[in-house]
Design a protein around this ligand. Structure first.
Ligand code: NAD
Length: 349
C-alpha cells in the first residue's frame, strides 16, 4: 500500500492511497482539525476519473468541517473515497489496505460509513485501524448512523413546513423523496408515520417497488422527481442535484433532505430563494449521523440521551438559521455558512 501526499491550498492534509494488488485507489482528505480530530465517512463509488474522486473527497471533507461545527461537535472535517463499484471491487483485502492508510494518519482522521459502505465493512477496517466508527460491536459501538440521520432530516422537514405553511404537522403533506437507500428509506418511514404522502424515485427499481408497497408511495422516473407537484422535496441520494436546470422545474415550497452537497454551486441557494423555495442547508439537516458517530469517536457515556440532546440542539440551530435568513432576506445557506465560520473562528482563537 502506497500513500502519497497531495498538495492542497485549502485542506490541512490530503493523501492518495494505492494498492495495486487489490485494485485500491482512493483519497483521504483532512480539511480541518481546528475543532478536533477530522471525522467523516468513507464513500465507495465507480468514479469515472481520479480527479472526480479527489474533488468529491475535497468537497465532502470541507462539508464535514461545517457539519460537525453546526452539530456542536468537538470534531473537525475529513472524508475518504475509494474508486470502484462496491459490488465487485470491495474485498477484505481492499478494506484492510485502506484501513492501514487510515491508521497511518494516527487519529487525525476518523472514518465511518458513507455510500457504498456498511457496518460489516467498518468491522473489516477495525481489524487494522483504531480510528474507525460506525461499528456494531464494542464498548462505544454506535452502529448504523442512518436512522439518526433520518431523524434529523425529519426534524428539518417539520421546520421548513412550519416556516412555509405555518404548521409543522405533516399530515396530508406531499413529500418527494429522491433516493431510497439507508437514509431515504428511514426518512420515508418517519414521514409515513407522521401522515405525509410520498412521491419517490431511485435508480434501484426494486427499492422503488418496495416503497410503493410499503408506504403506498407514488413512483416517478429519475428525472421526473424535480417537476412533481409536492410540498417539500427531500434529496437523499447524490450531491449537485440542485442546479439551474432542476431548480427551475421545482414545484415545491421547500427542500430538506439528507444528501451531502445538494447545491451544484453556492449561488444555487440564491436561485432557490428567488423562487420562494426555503432550503434547509444540507450540512445542518443531515448532521444526525455524525452526532451518532461522534459518541464512538469521543467515547461518550449515555449515548442515547446524549444523541437525543444533540438532535434537539441541531433542530434549534436549524430554526435559528431559518429565522435569521427570513429576517435578513438572505438564503439560509448563507446564514449557515456564517454560523459555522464564527464557531470555527471562535475555537481557533
Ligand atoms: P445509500 O447508498 O444507502 O442510498 C443512496 C440511494 O440513492 C440508493 O438507493 C441509490 O440507488 C440511490 N440513488 C443513487 N443515485 C441516484 C439518482 N441519481 N437518482 C435517484 N436515486 C439514486 O446512501 P445513504 O447512506 O442513504 O446516503 C444518502 C445520502 O445521504 C448521501 O449523499 C450521503 O452522503 C448522505 N448522508 C448519509 C448519512 C448516513 O447516515 N448514511 C449521513 C449524512 C449524509
Amino acid at each position: 500500500m502506497n500513500i502519497t501526499q497531495v498538495a492542497s491550498a485549502t485542506h490541512e492534509e490530503v493523501y492518495r492511497v494505492e494498492d495495486a494488488a487489490c485494485g485500491l485507489i482512493g483519497f483521504i482528505a483532512i480539511h480541518s482539525t481546528v475543532l478536533g480530530p477530522a471525522a467523516g465517512g468513507l464513500r465507495m463509488r465507480p468514479y469515472a476519473r481520479e480527479e472526480a474522486a479527489l474533488t468529491d473527497a475535497l468537497r465532502l471533507s470541507e462539508g464535514m468541517t461545517y457539519k460537525n461545527a453546526a452539530a456542536g461537535l468537538r470534531l473537525g472535517g475529513g472524508k475518504a473515497v475509494i474508486i470502484g463499484d462496491p459490488a465487485t471491487l470491495k474485498t477484505p483485502a481492499l478494506l484492510h489496505a485502506f484501513g492501514r492508510a487510515v491508521e497511518a494518519c494516527e487519529g487525525r482522521y476518523w472514518t465511518a460509513e458513507d455510500m457504498g459502505m456498511s457496518p460489516a465493512d467498518m468491522a473489516e477496517l477495525a481489524k487494522v485501524t483504531r480510528f474507525v466508527a460506525g461499528l456494531s460491536d464494542g464498548d462505544f459501538a454506535s452502529g448504523d448512523p442512518s436512522p439518526i440521520t433520518a431523524r434529523g432530516i425529519f426534524n428539518a422537514v417539520r421546520r421548513v413546513a412550519l416556516h412555509q405553511f405555518g404548521d409543522a404537522d405533516l399530515t396530508g403533506r406531499i413529500v418527494s423523496v429522491q433516493g431510497l437507500g439507508n437514509v431515504g428509506w428511514n426518512l420515508c418511514e418517519l414521514l409515513t408515520e407522521a401522515g405525509a404522502k410520498l412521491i419517490v424515485t431511485d435508480i434501484d427499481a426494486a427499492r422503488v417497488t418496495a416503497a410503493t408497497e410499503t408506504f403506498a408511495a407514488q413512483a416517478v422516473g429519475l428525472d421526473d422527481i424535480y417537476a412533481v407537484q409536492a410540498d417539500i422535496f427531500a434529496p437523499c441520494a447524490i450531491g449537485g442535484i440542485l442546479n439551474e436546470d432542476t431548480i427551475s422545474q421545482l414545484k415545491v415550497k421547500a427542500v430538506a433532505g439528507g444528501a451531502n452537497n445538494q447545491l451544484a454551486k453556492p449561488s444555487d441557494a440564491d436561485l432557490l430563494a428567488q423562487r420562494g423555495i426555503l432550503y434547509a442547508p444540507d450540512f445542518v439537516a443531515n448532521g444526525g449521523g455524525i452526532i451518532n458517530v461522534a459518541t464512538e469517536v469521543l467515547q461518550i457515556e449515555g449515548r442515547v440521551e446524549w444523541v437525543a440532546k444533540k438532535l434537539v440542539a441541531l433542530d434549534d440551530t436549524m430554526e435559528a438559521i431559518l429565522s435569521e435568513a427570513e429576517k435578513q432576506g438572505v438564503s439560509p445557506a448563507a446564514v449557515a455558512q456564517d454560523v459555522v465560520a464564527k464557531t470555527i473562528k471562535a475555537r481557533a482563537a
